[in-house]
Every structure is written in structure tokens, then in C-alpha cells.
Design a protein around this ligand. Structure first.
Ligand code: CP
Length: 323
């Protein structure tokens, strides 16, 4: 593996999941793999889980992790080629990225979308420019359209849960991705990425449910059943992934905040005792009710904890492939 920016960088998803679960069982078994190697983690946007889990994963492999909150502490970066930099940006990625390439062995970066211009966001200019100019392997810590470390974690968590349930072994689970209300327009990254990974995994009945006009890009959802009827979608579900996203077609808008879309126990009872997933952070009693988050059906803490093993599996693959 050279870079990790989407499911397309993964040649064998099952093997990567097994690697991650192997690290969960024995975190320090490759503690010399990253000796004398350094990862730079650039954050243009806030984070808790991604930052800490990547740092821990790197340290478990013997790597030094250096965190740089570019968005708050660094020079404002320009990403457009041939830009006339007379505005707010101070340093061009063409100048900064090769320096990161000399300082580090792996570069990881988080860049959120603007949600103003769909074409710009979906071009993934930021991460493409970093890859182009850094000259070292690049890991997405969430980009404008995808969150692959989160999605790998989600597949790990689903597989782990199935393996730990005698009834789950060998059975094709029903996975539902449901839209939830939110007070702010959020990126489509987590939903796009989850759809992309579940479709690529190919071992589930996959249903996406959302209000009208909240369609995601078909690039990611193709292969899933899509319905506007959440109650119907939930029937017989084994896993329910709850997530808000803003509109994709009329880009970056909130069309509804209908609280009926917030998952509650009275709708969950139609599932097959479904496990509830969310990438976090979650707005309690807006996106998901307390009764769901605090109930035994919630696996959000297990899911967030698995972020370490997903990151460790990816970093180890990159270290092994790139010497
Ligand atoms: N799920 C996730 O990416 O969390 P953070 O934004 O806290 O990193």
C-alpha cells in the first residue's frame, strides 16, 4: 500500500481487517516495525478520535507521531496551482509539502470540505496536492468526501461483532445506514465512505434510508437499496449506522430537521436486536436518543476504540510496502 485515501487503496479488505484484529489481540507485536520512522499528522480541522488513535497506533509500531494543527497554529496553506497569493493564504502546498516529505516518513492529513462548492470539494484538491508534492505515503484522516480510517474501523467492528455472536457467523447481516437530524450542515464524508466500504465488502444486505432530496452520490451508494421509509428499512436490521449529512444535489444544505428521523427505541424494536453505530461525536437527543446511546444495543465506544487497530493496520501495511 502506498497511500490510504479510499477503499481503492486496499487490495484485500478481509486481510486488513484480520491484521487490525491481530493488533487488538497483541498491540505491540510489531513494535520495532516503525523504529526510527516518523509520521506527521496535519490537522486543518478539529479531531479527537482520529488524532489520538493515529498517534497511539503509530507509537504501538514504534513510530514517532508529530501532530501539527495547521488550521490553528500553522501558516494558511494555498492549494490551487498558479494561485496569485494576495489573499489570506501564506504558504503554497508546493513549498510546504516537500518539506513535510523530508521531515516525515508518512504524512497524514485531515481536510474538511467547504460545503460551498460541490465541484471543488469533490475534486479532492487538498489531498491530491499533498500526494503530488510530498513524495511520501499519505494517509487520509478524513478528506472532503471520504473518511476511510473510520470506514475500515466500521467494517472491523461489524466483523468483530459477528465473530463474537454464534448466530452471526456465516450469516449475511442486514446493515442500515440511516440519516439523522442535525443542527448544522455536515459533510457527506462518513456516509459516502461507509457506503463505499460496505459495497466493496459485499457481504451484507445494505439499505440506506434518508428523507427525500438527501440522496448521496451514486458513485458511493451504487449497490445499496435506498428508501425514504426509515421504519421499513429498519425491519430485521442487524446493524444500524446513524449519521447526519447535508444535501448533495443542492449542495451543503439542511432541508429538514424532522425529529421523527432521530432513532428511538420504538423504531429500534423492529430491528433484529440491531447494534447501533455512530462515528462520533454525536449530538445527543438530536441525532440519537439517550435511550439508544446508553442502551446495550450501542457499540459506539467499541467502534471508537477500534479506530486504533484500523490505523495500526494501515500504518503497518504502508511501512511494510515502503521500506
Ligand atoms: N469519528 C471521528 O473522526 O472523530 P474525530 O472527528 O473526533 O476524529
Amino acid at each position: 500500500m502506498r497511500n490510504f485515501t479510499s477503499v481503492h487503496d486496499v487490495t484485500d479488505m478481509d486481510a486488513l481487517v484480520q491484521t487490525a484484529l491481530g493488533y487488538k489481540a497483541d498491540p505491540f507485536k510489531d513494535k520495532v516495525l516503525g523504529t526510527n520512522k516518523r509520521i506527521g499528522c496535519l490537522f486543518l480541522n478539529p479531531s479527537m478520535r482520529t488524532r489520538l488513535s493515529t498517534q497511539i497506533a503509530a507509537q504501538n509500531l514504534g513510530m514517532e507521531a508529530i501532530i501539527f494543527n495547521v488550521g490553528n497554529e500553522g501558516w494558511a496553506l494555498e492549494f490551487e496551482d498558479e494561485a496569485i497569493m494576495s489573499g489570506s493564504t501564506v504558504e503554497h502546498v508546493k513549498d510546504a509539502a516537500p518539506i513535510f516529505g523530508n521531515y516525515f516518513d508518512i504524512l497524514a492529513i485531515r481536510t474538511f470540505p467547504s460545503l460551498k462548492n460541490r465541484e471543488d470539494d469533490y475534486s479532492e484538491l487538498y489531498i491530491k496536492q499533498i500526494i503530488k508534492y510530498a513524495g511520501i505515503p499519505v494517509v487520509s484522516l478524513e478528506s472532503s468526501t471520504l473518511h476511510p480510517l473510520q470506514s475500515l474501523t466500521d467494517i472491523i467492528t461489524i466483523q468483530e461483532t459477528l465473530l463474537n455472536s454464534p448466530a452471526g457467523i456465516g450469516r449475511k447481516p442486514k446493515i442500515v445506514l440511516t440519516w439523522a437530524p442535525h443542527v448544522k450542515p455536515l459533510p457527506q464524508c462518513v456516509a459516502n465512505s461507509f457506503a463505499q466500504w460496505v459495497n466493496a465488502w459485499g457481504k451484507a444486505d445494505f439499505v440506506i434510508t434518508h428523507p427525500e432530496d438527501y440522496e448521496l452520490s451514486e458513485e458511493f451508494t451504487k449497490g445499496a437499496s435506498i428508501t425514504h421509509n426509515q421504519e421499513e428499512a429498519l425491519k430485521g436490521a442487524d446493524f444500524v449506522y446513524v449519521k447526519n449529512w447535508s444535501t448533495y444535489n443542492d449542495y451543503g444544505k439542511i432541508y429538514t430537521n424532522d425529529p421523527k428521523w432521530m432513532l428511538k427505541h420504538k423504531r429500534w424494536v423492529h430491528t433484529n436486536n440491531a447494534k447501533i453505530m455512530h462515528c462520533l461525536p454525536v449530538r445527543r437527543n438530536v441525532e440519537l436518543s439517550d435511550e439508544m446511546l446508553d442502551g446495550s444495543m450501542s457499540i459506539v465506544t467499541q467502534q471508537a476504540s477500534n479506530r486504533v487497530w484500523a490505523a495500526q493496520a494501515v500504518l503497518s501495511e504502508i511501512l511494510k510496502s515502503n521500506g
